[in-house]
Design a protein around this ligand. Structure first.
Ligand code: NAG
Ligand code: NAG
Ligand code: NAG
Ligand code: NAG
Length: 518
C-alpha cells in the first residue's frame, strides 16, 4: 500500500475537534549559521504555517517565498561574519579536544554576532511576557538563544536537531548513552567496537562532557547574560525542561539505540520527491547515455577551495569516464574542464539526485546529503572533511553503499578506482536500493510526524508526562553509584565478618587440638 494512503487517516485524526489546535503563535529560534540546517527545518516551518499557525522565525536565512503566516526576523550578516572570521579548514587534523575548542569558538562567535545584530536586537526588544504558545529551538550550538524562553513566559519548547543526537543532547531527555555500543558521532567507529575503540569512545564521551559542562555552557551563559542585560535562568536548567526533541535520525542508517518517548526521529523531514529540473540540467542529464555522476561538497565547504592538484586530479579522472558529471562548483571560469563535465554554482540537489540517470553521488557526506542519497537510492563516493562526515562515510561503507576518498590525497587513479568500483559493482546500487526501501517504509512521512508532535505539545501545553526523571537525577544516583557503594561496603563488611569468624573458629579448634595433645 502506498504510504500516502494513510495520510487522510492522519489528517482525520488531527482534525478531530478535541485535539485541533488553531492558529498558535510559534517562535522558532533557528539561528545556526548553516544553510543546510535551514533547508532541513524550513520544511517544518512551512508545514506549520500552512496549518494556520503564526510562525515567527529568527534565523540567519530568510525565506524568499515564506508566504502568509510565516515571518522572518533575519540575523543579518551571520554568514559573512563567520566567513570572514573563521576558517573551517583550520580544525582539520587537530586533536579531538582542540577541535572541540575550535567548534566552541565558532558557536560563541555566532552567538555574539547574532545577539548584537539588528535582528537579534529586534527579538531582544520584544516586550517580556507570554507572547508565544510554543518555542521551537535548535537543540545544540546556539544555546544562547534559549535564554529567551523565560523572557517569553516559559512556553513549552520543541527542539530540532539536524545532526541526530549529539552526546550533550542525550542528557536533556535522559536518553541512555552507552559508550559500549553507541559511537560518538565524530568517531569513525561502528557499533561493534573492539576494546581500544570502546576505550577511545568512553574517553571521548568524558572529554565531551567535561568540555560542555565546564567550558562551553558557562561561556554561553555569560554571553546570554551579557546580551540580555541580567542574570538569566541557567541554560542547563532550561535545556532540562524541554518537551520534545525532533531528531534527524534515520532507521536503517543509524545503528539501533534506545530513545526516550520524547525523542522523535524525523530524519529526512526535508525530503520530497524530485521536482522538475531547469531546462539545461534536464537536457544534460537526459542525454547521459552512460549514466551521470553528481558531485557536490555541501553548502559550507566550497569546491573551489580544493587544492589545485586535487582539482586537476578530479578533472583528469573525469575526462576518462564514459559518464557525464554534474559538478557544483562556485567559480564559473575554470580551466581544463573536460567536455563531459558541466559546472554550475547552484544546483537543486534533490531534483538532480532524483533523476534516473544519476548513478553516483560524490559527496562530502554531510548528514543532509547522506539522507538525500538514501532517499533517492544513489550510492556514494565520499570525500569527508570534518565532524560527523567521517562517521557517515564509515557507515555508508559498512552498509555496502559507498566508498571513500581522502581529500588530502586525491589522485587521478584513486578517484577513478573508487568511482568505477561503485558504478561497476552492482552490489552498491542494490544495497542502496534496499536501504532506500527501508527509509520509505514508514507509516507517515517524517514531516507529518514532526508536525504531529509539534501540535501534540501545543495540545497538551507541554509534555511533562513524557519527561523522564533521569533528567533530574544527579549522576551518582543515575549510575546507582551510591547504592553500589553501600552494597560494596556491605559485601566488604560481611566478608570481613566471615573471615574473622573463620579465624576465630580455626583458633578455637587449634587450641582444642593442643589441649588434647597435652
Ligand atoms: C494561514 O493561516 C490561515 C488560518 O489562520 C489559513 O487559513 C491559511 O491557509 C494559512 N495560509 C497559508 C499560506 O498557509
Ligand atoms: C518548564 O516548562 C513548562 C512548560 O512546558 C513551564 O510551564 C515551566 O514553567 C518550565 N519550568 C521551568 C523551571 O522553566
Ligand atoms: C562487489 O563488492 C562487494 C562489496 O564490496 C564484494 O563483496 C564483491 O565481491 C564485489 N563483486 C565484484 C564482482 O567485484
Ligand atoms: C530553518 O528554516 C528556514 C529556512 O530558511 C530557514 O530559512 C531558516 O532559515 C531555518 N529555519 C527554518 C525554518 O526554516
Amino acid at each position: 500500500m502506498k504510504l500516502r494512503a494513510l495520510l487522510p487517516l492522519f489528517l482525520l485524526c488531527c482534525s478531530w475537534p478535541c485535539c485541533q489546535v488553531y492558529g498558535a503563535k510559534i517562535l522558532a529560534l533557528l539561528t545556526l549559521t548553516s544553510h543546510s540546517h535551514h533547508i532541513w527545518n524550513r520544511s517544518l516551518m512551512k508545514a506549520l504555517a500552512a496549518r494556520g499557525h503564526q510562525v515567527t522565525v529568527v534565523s540567519p536565512d530568510s525565506d524568499p517565498d515564506s508566504g502568509a503566516n510565516l515571518t522572518y526576523i533575519v540575523l543579518e550578516g551571520s554568514y559573512e561574519h563567520i566567513r570572514d572570521n573563521f576558517k573551517y579548514e583550520t580544525g582539520l587534523g587537530d586533536t579531538f579536544f582542540r577541535t572541540l575548542e575550535l567548534f566552541g569558538e565558532w558557536c560563541y562567535m555566532n552567538c555574539e554576532h547574532q545577539l548584537s545584530s539588528k535582528g537579534g536586537k529586534q527579538i531582544l526588544g520584544y516586550p517580556d511576557g507570554k507572547m508565544f504558545d510554543l518555542i521551537i529551538s535548535e537543540a545544540a550550538y546556539t544555546e544562547c538563544f534559549m535564554a529567551l524562553i523565560p523572557k517569553f513566559g516559559n512556553p513549552p519548547v520543541v527542539l530540532v536537531s539536524a545532526v541526530g543526537i549529539p552526546p550533550n543532547v542525550d542528557r536533556m531527555t535522559g536518553t541512555p548513552v552507552s559508550p559500549s555500543y553507541i559511537p560518538d558521532y565524530r568517531l569513525p567507529f561502528s557499533d561493534h567496537m573492539d576494546f581500544w575503540e570502546r576505550m577511545q569512545n568512553l574517553i571521548t564521551y568524558f572529554v565531551n562532557e567535561f568540555f560542555y559542562s565546564y567550558i562551553y555552557f558557562p561561556r554561553m551563559q555569560e554571553i546570554a547574560n551579557r546580551h540580555l542585560g541580567h542574570e538569566v535562568t541557567s541554560l542547563e536548567e532550561l535545556r532540562r525542561n524541554i518537551s520534545v526533541i525532533l531528531s534527524s535520525t534515520v532507521n536503517g542508517f543509524d545503528t539501533p539505540r534506545p530513545l526516550m518517548p520524547n525523542v522523535i526521529p524525523v530524519g529526512g523531514m526535508h525530503l520530497k520527491p524530485a521536482g522538475p529540473l531547469p531546462k539545461n540540467l534536464k537536457t544534460f542529464l537526459d542525454g547521459a547515455k552512460n549514466g551521470a555522476i553528481f558531485f557536490a561538497l555541501g553548502s559550507n565547504l566550497r569546491s573551489d577551495q580544493l587544492e589545485p592538484e586535487a582539482q586537476k586530479a578530479l578533472f583528469e579522472a573525469f575526462s576518462e569516464l564514459p559518464q557525464r558529471i554534474l559538478w557544483k562548483f562556485e567559480t564559473e571560469d575554470i580551466k581544463g574542464k573536460p567536455d563531459n563535465v558541466m559546472i554550475s554554482k547552484w544546483l537543486p540537489q534533490s531534483d538532480v539526485l532524483g533523476h534516473p540517470n544519476v548513478k553516483l553521488f560524490i559527496s562530502h557526506c554531510g548528514w543532509l546529503s547522506t539522507q538525500e542519497a538514501i532517499y533517492f537510492g544513489v550510492p556514494v563516493v565520499g570525500i569527508p572533511f570534518y565532524l560527523d562526515q567521517h562517521n557517515n562515510l564509515f557507515r555508508l561503507k559498512e552498509l555496502g553503499v559507498g566508498e571513500g576518498l581522502s581529500f588530502s590525497a586525491l589522485t587521478k587513479d584513486k578517484v577513478l578506482k573508487a568511482i568505477n568500483r561503485v558504478i561497476q559493482n552492482t552490489s552498491y546500487a542494490s544495497n542502496m536500493r534496499r536501504l532506500s526501501a527501508i527509509f520509505h517504509d514508514q507509516p507517515e512521512t517524517p514531516l507529518e510526524r514532526a508536525v504531529y508532535w509539534t501540535e501534540y505539545v501545543l495540545r497538551h501545553g507541554g509534555a511533562p508526562h513524557l519527561r523522564s526523571v533521569a533528567v533530574d537525577l544527579p549522576l551518582y544516583q543515575y549510575l546507582l553509584l551510591d547504592v553500589g557503594l553501600v552494597l560494596l561496603l556491605l559485601l566488604g563488611a560481611v566478608s570481613a565478618a566471615l573471615v574473622l569468624l573463620a579465624r576465630f573458629l580455626w583458633r578455637v579448634a587449634r587450641n582444642k587440638r593442643k589441649q588434647k595433645q597435652q
